[in-house]
Ligand binder design. Sequence first.
Ligand code: GDP
Ligand code: IMO
Ligand code: MG
Length: 423
Amino acid sequence: MAVDLLLGLQWGDEGKGKIVDVLTKNYDIIARFQGGPNAGHTLEFDGIKHVLRTIPSGIFHDKSINVIGNGVVIDPVVFAKELEGLDQFDIDYKKKLIISRKAHVILPTHRLLDAASEASKGKAKIGSTLKGIGPTYMDKTGRNGIRVGDLELSDWKDKYRALADKHEAMIAFYDVDIQYDLKELEEEFFKSVEVLKTLQFIDSEEYLYKAQQEGKTILAEGAQGSLLDIDFGTYPFVTSSNTTAAGACTGLGVAPNKIKEVFGIFKAYTTRVGSGPFPTELFDEVGAEMAKVGHEFGAVTGRPRRCGWLDLVALKYACQVNGVTQLMMMKGDVLSGFDTIKVCTAYKYKGEEITHLPYNIEPENLTPVYTEYKGWTEDLTKMTTKEELPQNLLEYIDFIEKETGIPIKIVSVGPDRKQTILR
Ligand code: GDP
Ligand code: IMO
Ligand code: MG
């Protein structure tokens, strides 16, 4: 049985959580394959809003099993709080949520190292979520990390101590003003590890292989976005994992030839949190209006998101790297009321017009070239069928489909599960 894959095509926060929740009814298993609590996936239904960080977005459905794959990094402290948040919804997570033994553990000192690294960079900082993501993946690839499976061994605390001591020396090396009380942080950490240990740890690659043999349906859930990919994103202003399709293979142990549909999620415009180049960013009242109407504040850090027009050059690049088979357009409702909708179809780059993403997309090298569309005034948020969508929006959709060569199968017109139009 094939595995489908859902991922973000921009700089994150495209609305992945919402769509995974909408699609979960079609799947037996939802599996996160990378990232960690830097993610904030928002789901809304029955008037309640949930923000998930490490837990897959299928958790609210009765029948689905949710897997945290080997490519994910888990902070037991954040995770324990996430579980606590679920308690009121009567979710049997001991049965429905299972964790790969090969997933890596974020230590309190990883978070401190993240903060120290960012502070030392000054203006050149990445604008990370300060959740310890970079340092944890560094320890993973440096072959020093502690994995979930280690927590079952009697000597894991020795390994922990050695690593935390090394981290403390590294924090001192940065020579920045980071205040912390490690004893206090460790107390919380060790308590949370015990909570984590009440869940099932599994060899998830084996579990997912068997599930496929048994004909079970699997949806792999990505975090962050393609332009934050460690290899293909706007390096160094990226996250530390492969957010693109290949990350699902390494982050779950799913073979490439088992992946069928690749659902690519994008906003009808573009947002970005943190530092780094953003060719279509708007610094005027239009950008401010998008931020206001779209409530563009980070689900994890509360930071305002930078806003701008849709960048088709970047979108096509993301479709290409991921092999996207179906597109899903989010937040079209936010653009209602704009007289003109602009979409970037090329860049002026070093005096030349180009239609691919060059190595260097810093603003001094590049100016976006826009195609303009007539806006629409209709409120989309109450619409439930494709027939109701305004003509000008349909023309915009048509243009994106033609440019990418990929059909837009879902148009999302609000944060709620029900505000989802199938095409
Ligand atoms: P994710 O990280 O990709 O899951 O996205 P986030 O949850 O961080 O950010 C998306 C935000 O947009 C959340 O607040 C969602 O509730 C909201 N959202 C999702 N789809 C829509 C939509 O179609 N319209 C509007 N107005 N909001 C949406
Ligand atoms: P979801 O899954 C948006 C950004 C950070 C920063 C950079 C590196 O909700 O879409 P990190 O903490 O990963 O080292 O930060 O990546 N970033 C995100 N931006 N959505 C996310 O996740 C993000 N996760 C990380 O703002 O610029
Ligand atoms: Mg998010």
